[in-house]
Design a protein around this ligand. Structure first.
Ligand code: ZN
Length: 246
């Protein structure tokens, strides 16, 4: 497991970090020991120091009017929006999301969720949400993968914030249709009514932190918010693992 440690390349540093990593592994299951982007020693983190710098930390938790919020402004009204990192082509967050999506390395998403949760709790200006709702993934993709990566990210946030997750509120409309052609699927993906609020009682008068893995155009988030907004919801906040940049 600690291959670089046994290789003896990092004598002093490795000894120092051994306990830190062992503790981390205990608290979050099998953690990646290598940077998910470049494969170098990451000392228990998702990224190594180089990739951490490359990935860039956003200032979204301290700057209220940030890039994530402004991308959503024309689409809907949000109380707060933040992304942990920036998704660029070939960048560290692309590797991370790829591993999350296709390799089933769900501990990464959980770990990033915990990091989001810590930053979220440190904010003093934004009221905290009552519930966390991960944006549901397409039923067929979920079937193939076995899990929804937004939900894994949300679980990490829940661990740090103690705000409960609700997965019984939003459903994809496609999940109800059993026979869909690819064309129909593509058409449905573009529409505003992709999601249904199947449990209005679950959101009435509640402050909701809506969570997803990556935000591109904002159309998916808008569709989820539209479904929630039809109910007597209090306020909506948006939490993301990464914001995609062109
Ligand atoms: Zn790296």
């Amino acid at each position: 497991m600690f291959t670089s440690y046994t290789n003896g390349h990092y004598h002093g540093v490795a000894k120092k970090n051994y306990f830190k990593r062992a503790l981390g592994a205990l608290s979050a299951g099998a953690l990646p020991q290598k940077c998910v982007a470049c494969g170098q020693e990451s000392f228990g983190g998702v990224f190594c120091l180089t990739c951490k710098v490359l990935a860039g930390e956003t200032d979204h938790f301290s700057v209220e009017r940030n890039e994530t919020l402004s991308r959503m402004t024309l689409r809907c009204e949000l109380e707060f929006a933040a992304a942990l990192g920036i998704f660029t082509k070939g960048g560290p967050y692309q590797s991370l999301l790829h591993k999350l999506k296709y390799r089933g390395v769900f501990t990464l998403g959980f770990k990033e969720g915990r990091r989001f949760g810590i930053k979220y709790m440190q904010m003093s200006t934004i009221p905290k949400a009552d519930i966390i709702i991960p944006i549901p993934s397409h039923w067929r993709r979920k079937l193939k993968r076995g899990y929804n990566q937004a939900e894994i990210f949300a679980k990490g946030i829940e661990r740090e914030t103690k705000i409960p997750i609700r997965t019984d509120v939003l459903r994809t409309r496609l999940g109800i249709v059993s026979q869909t052609t690819k064309k129909r699927e593509e058409r449905m993906n573009r529409t505003y009514d992709r999601f249904l609020c199947v449990n209005p009682k679950g959101v009435a008068k509640k402050r909701v932190l809506l969570v997803d893995d990556v935000l591109t155009t904002g159309a998916t988030a808008e569709a989820a918010i539209t479904a929630l907004n039809m109910k007597a919801i209090k306020k909506i906040q948006l939490g993301l693992l990464a914001l995609a940049m062109n």
